[in-house]
Write a new protein. Sequence first.
Length: 95
Amino acid sequence: MLAILLELNVIRRYLPITKYKYRIFPSWSAHAPTYRKIKVYGRSVSPIRLSYKALATIQQIILNSVLILQTPHGLLTHKSALKRKTGGKVICFLL
């Protein structure tokens, strides 16, 4: 998850504190747009699942936002999932 956030330039870097805790440094710029909100949808009871066809439809609606999905290929952004023609469970939504 942290690797995807680094790739999307949401965070600058992170430092491990313990095995399961990290200190995260957010990325910001006065000249480039940044993501304002991260909505977490990861839940074990009734997860939100999206098929490949649903992702293709949603891509036209969400424009500059990013979905992070748990797929059979690992954690992917919705754009990467569309390239691999796969769907998955919604983990979070970057607005």
